[in-house]
Design a protein around this ligand. Structure first.
Ligand code: C5P
Length: 275
């Protein structure tokens, strides 16, 4: 069985507070995009995990952790081999690991004849990470709480995107810590976004509260955003806690051109679309 694990981008990301457990409350519109990893599940004598990127073959990989949680909850020994073809850059703020975990939960449940219902799968997803539930949902949604309270949304149009990333890396906990220390005013891009859904003019409402922090920790993220805009992007923002940046373009042709220009500058750039 082969399953695609789609990346996500954050069209908005407002941080609204800090919980007692240290996690932050947020409001973020997350959308799946066509850039994806591929996961193959096959019958095997025992559980095996392999990946095209050998440094990811680890007990701590979310693929292995998702398979363990599935096994504990369903009581089924996962006698399967799971092969992960990693194509989504990481760590990037694109939800690659979360999406792999969600795809494994969904895939194993199908493989073993659906022993778990949807609410059990979402419970497992929530325990695996803040972005795993929205990846399991697999459609655009306003994510609230820690990220697990989901309200599905329908985008008024398909977005043509370029996702670009340089060599800088950002650690998610560090970005959250720096954001807390920065004293930045709370943004509310999400409400503006929801209000804009009645029109086609949604791009002006996109935003990400982490941008001032990422600009300081990894200045190339700002450079990429500015380059995207100079290449005709309707909007360009950091995705999640970065360091990947997306640009929204009017059409595939303009996006392809921007991707080539960004590649020429030494960045990795991927054309994709919202799904
Ligand atoms: O849930 P996940 O494992 O993706 O979170 C990674 C880290 O990001 C957490 O350990 C925490 O530092 C930060 N985080 C947060 N609030 C959220 C999501 C993530 O503080 N809502």
């Amino acid at each position: 069985m082969k399953i695609k694990a789609f990346a996500k981008i954050n069209l908005t990301l407002d941080i609204t507070g800090v919980r007692e457990d240290g996690f932050h409350t947020l409001r973020s519109v997350m959308v799946p995009v066509s850039l994806c990893d591929e996961i193959e599940i096959q019958q095997s004598k025992c559980f095996l995990f392999d990946c095209n990127i050998k440094s990811l073959v680890d007990e701590k990989n979310l693929v292995v952790r998702a398979a363990k949680r599935f096994s504990e909850k369903s009581g089924i020994e996962p006698s399967v081999s799971i092969y992960l073809e990693k194509k989504i850059p990481f760590p990037a703020g694109l939800g690659g690991g979360s999406s792999d975990a969600a795809a494994v939960l969904k895939g194993l449940n199908l493989f073993f004849g659906e022993p778990l219902d949807s609410s059990a799968l979402f419970e497992l997803a929530e325990a695996l990470g803040s972005d795993v539930p929205v990846c399991l949902l697999g459609q655009p949604a306003l994510c609230e709480g820690r990220g697990e309270v989901l309200t599905p949304i329908e985008l008024p149009k398909k977005l043509c995107l370029v996702i670009a990333i340089g060599s800088a890396r950002l650690s998610t906990p560090e970005v959250y810590r720096e954001y807390d220390a920065s004293g930045l005013a709370v943004r509310n891009d999400s409400d503006a976004f929801l209000a804009s859904l009645v029109s086609q003019d949604i791009e002006r409402t996109f935003g990400n509260a982490f941008e001032p922090v990422a600009d300081r920790l990894a200045p190339e993220t700002k450079l990429i955003r500015e380059k995207m805009l100079s290449l005709g992007a309707l909007a360009s923002h950091l995705s999640g806690s970065g360091p990947s940046v997306y640009g929204v373009f009017e059409c595939k042709e303009k996006a392809d051109n921007a991707a080539s220009e960004l590649e020429a500058l030494g960045f990795s750039a991927y054309y994709c679309e919202t799904i």
